[in-house]
Design a protein around this ligand. Structure first.
Ligand code: ADP
Length: 330
């Protein structure tokens, strides 16, 4: 290992009303912020009874994470004036906040505000995109992620990533999970490691009798949990998830959300989602991004506010956050 991460080698270290929802019970999977308002909302007027009910539900979900879940926890990522550009065009600028250990942190905000771009910077995936450039500083357990001598491959082992669409390799279920272990030379106890990863991804019981079957024979939700198992197998510290459930059906989505809830006792999770209800359900901390123009009129993503999920959803400090979480913008 060539980097300075030795002390962490093994460390686990607007919402919209669903139109059919007359009772105020939100369709848990409705994530389309462009949904038209319910007839009640139209009649009662802004914010409207239905919207107010769905807001109350959202606030209740957000409130379950507590007022200051981050207190006393170590900082895993420190972002200082981070800007990311593609071939000179700034996609997101001047981002500064901390991400804490063993919590789930959600990135929310309208499409194009740079959530994925920022996420990809946090394990140096942007290194692989021609023209992508990160300015400012991102620290990981206090170490500058972009300092010379930091091994990007090792960074990506410690900081795993799960993508929007499940992307299993056209190999057996077993070989998918064993793949990273073999590449990283973690070949001792291979069978046990594969089983452990599949158990941690809540998939073992469904696949233990068909480990030699093709991963492509699994359902979409199972494939996504397999990709999570593949990421977990190489013993990361952090899992970055880029809209991991957006391509899945409601049941599979809930399974992924449950999994996030159980994984955070051992891992730090960062999850990009365009689904505010999902953020309210799973995230202890939330960062809200939006698109803004700089003095020269160039538009790029900015961090509007970050903090405990309950703060953002119940008592946002910025009117843009309030407009977004109440569904008036986005
Ligand atoms: P979000 O995840 O919030 O939808 P993205 O990070 O995907 O936002 O995109 C932010 C901005 O960066 C957009 O203007 C997008 O077009 C641009 N962008 C994203 N990926 C690339 C890329 N590989 N090359 C050039 N521009 C990109």
């Amino acid at each position: 290992m060539t980097d300075g991460f030795d002390d962490h080698t093994t460390a686990k270290a607007g919402e919209k009303m669903h139109t059919s929802d007359k009772s105020g019970i939100i369709d848990s999977m409705s994530d389309d912020v462009s949904q038209p308002k319910s007839p009640e909302a139209e009649v009662v007027g802004e914010p409207g009874l239905a919207l107010a009910r769905s807001q109350a539900k959202l606030a209740e979900m957000a409130g379950q994470h507590g007022d200051s879940p981050q207190s006393g926890r170590r900082v895993v990522f420190g972002l200082e004036d981070v800007s990311v550009s593609y071939s000179g065009t700034v996609a997101i600028r001047d981002v500064a906040f901390d991400i804490h250990e063993n919590l789930a942190t959600a990135f929310i905000g309208p499409s194009g505000c740079g959530k994925t771009t920022l996420l990809r910077s946090m394990n140096r995936m942007n290194d692989l995109i021609p023209g992508a450039e990160v300015a400012g500083k991102i620290t990981y357990h206090g170490q500058d992620l972009f300092a010379s001598g930091v091994d990007a491959v090792e960074v990506r082992r410690r900081i795993g990533m799960v993508f929007q669409r499940p992307n299993p390799f056209p190999k057996s279920i077993y070989d998918n999970v064993a793949f990273g272990l073999r590449i990283h030379g973690m070949k001792d106890d291979l069978k046990d490691r594969v089983e452990k990863a599949l158990r941690n991804a809540a998939l073992w019981d469904e696949v233990k009798d068909r480990l030699k079957d093709s991963a492509l024979s699994l359902s979409g939700g199972q494939q996504q949990r397999l990709c999570i198992a593949r990421a977990l197998a190489i013993e990361p510290d952090v899992i970055l998830m880029d809209e991991p459930a957006s391509a899945l059906d409601p049941v599979a989505t809930l399974a992924i959300e449950d999994l996030v809830g159980s994984l955070k006792s051992d891992y730090t999770i960062v999850i990009v989602t365009h689904n505010m209800q999902q953020a309210a359900r799973v995230a202890d901390m939330t960062a809200f991004f939006s698109v803004d123009s700089d003095e020269a009129g160039n538009r790029s993503g900015v961090l509007v506010e970050s903090g405990p999920t309950s703060d953002l959803f119940i008592r946002p400090s910025d009117p843009r956050t309030e407009a977004y979480v109440t569904g008036r913008f986005g």
